[in-house]
Design a protein around this ligand. Sequence first.
Ligand code: IVH
Length: 658
Amino acid sequence: MNVKSKIEQLRQQIHDANHAYHTLDQPLISDYNYDLLLNELIQLEQEHPEFFDATSPTQKIGGYVLDKFEKVTRDVPMMSLSNVFNQEELFKFIERIEEVTSSEYIIELKIDGLAVSIKYEKGLFKQAATRGNGLVGEDITHNVKTIKSLPLKLSEPITIEVRGEIFMPHKSFLKLNEQRKRNEEPLFANPRNAAAGTIRQLDSQIVADRELDIFVYAIVDPQSYTQSHKDALALLKKLGFKVNQHATHTMNKEDVWKTIQKFDQLRKSLPYDTDGAVIKVNAYDKYDMIGYTAKSPKWATAYKFQAEIAETTIQDITFQVGRTGVITPVAELEPVSVSGTTVSRATLHNEDYITIKDIRIGDTVRIHKAGEIIPEVIEVVLSERKNQPPFKMITTCPVCGASLERIDGEADHYCTNDSCEAKHIGQLIHFSSRVAMDIDSLGEKVVETLFEKGYTKTITDIYHLHQYREELKILPGFGDKKVEKLIEAIEQSKKQPFHKVLFGLGIKHIGAKVAKILVNYFKSMDAMLEANIEDIQNIHEIGPEIAQSIFSYLRNEENITHIQKLIELGLQFQVENQVIKEHQFNGKTFVLTGKLESFSRDQASEIIESLGGKVTSSVSKLTDYLLAGSDAGSKLKKAESLGVTILNEATFKDIIHE
Ligand code: IVH
């Protein structure tokens, strides 16, 4: 290949990777491979200035400014850090400093999230912005506000700008992806992408639900506040910020190295992702002496931890069928140990993903755990390839044999058979899941058994199961107690509110949130059935795709008969209006704070909403009630100062039970 074509190919590859990463939040290649491509392109462009192109991805290095949000231009640009990858480079970095002045160092974990700068005026939260290209960032104030560990009021009325890293803890990440899987939405590849995708949401309620967190690690213009970084961290903590507790004060380069090695062990057990350690000179009066390069300070650097990568072979590519009929290819791997667990399968997402990476059965591949959690194929080791044929997407459903279709503009293939067993089982599992009808004893295994034995082929069959009590009790693994418990749970599920039932029906694109919006708007299935497509599209937050989906579903005879049967069986297909109008919470605005004993936050919010109230994330003059659990902090203080009615958990319970 000539140089010009090579440059063009690299630009295209990087462009595709950028789009997948920044716009879709679904990275195509690992960061490591991205850097390799980019470095190769930079070098070729330097050697061949005749091929300069202003639209080359190299012209954009340094970050992206999004269009969705207001721009924020800062006085002090957010710099980035140089990197070192091994002991030798680290020691060189320290020796260069020591040539200028002797130093002590603070070593911090490098949190793998996204950088943010936050301004406070007289102790009050004012504005938060992303890094963007360093000088111009995006205003994400309304989203950052929802981060629970970030104080909106500091312990002192100080005017200050701080910087930190927003991240998604493993627990929230797993919960979010589980939810997305149930809704058959694309999964986030790792916590960092999930955090980035979340902070770019226009609806801050979604952000609040996704549980982001933040560590603050620096003060802008720090010398106006303290003399050393150690003191700055202590000040940040005192002001009420969450500061990472592992920051370590070290005296010399051997100490620095020991701490970094300790961190590399420690990171495996942390509940959030880290990708390195940051080494910072402690004394601020030495910063100017040590100096800066154009992009980064010389008094700090990032030591990058090596991601654990393993090689294994792809023994087979199998296919899973989801409840909407979506087909997911899965790599069946020769089991191999990576980052502490044995990995034997990795999702391959869809046909395009496999084609772009040119993954074939029999290939040797390099895998890692994205965000230390999800096994992922990074790349094929091409030198090991024998003569395996390229991957070919299947054309028929692996479960029922019906033909598959791929809709224009979508990456996924779907089974076209409405009576495909896999779809039915998937639908039953979804219907009974905790987030829908919450039939606790009807888990995946039980659903599969009852389906295979012919007891439950459709959702309505679930509500006839009590007629087969005695037969069920003699099924292997069932027994008296279990069957009675199951039947009781099924009976109880009839009380689940309308929006859960609607979500449970498993209509394409109707996730839990959309179901709630539809139910709040229409109040009853009757009203929903009467609506035309424009009525649905006109609802705020409902797009054309969702509107079309629900509309077509409700124009299908079979679906209507199905709903009719469920209504006769006693499931909720309307909002209980009367209760709402009479209740003292109706129309009131709530904020929740502190730790509740008897409910999760989600449960408490649901109760409030079911009584006609609204839950928001921050206390203002418009707040009617603050529900305060134990350890309530700044929100409680603010509510008190604004004269908001404060309910403790016991009073709240009394009122809802009235
Ligand atoms: S200090 C002058 N400390 O790593 C730069 N950065 O390239 C000051 N990061 O953009 C950055 N944890 O997003 C610093 N403890 C930490 C950090 C940290 C994560 C991120 C940050 C920054 C990037 C450095």
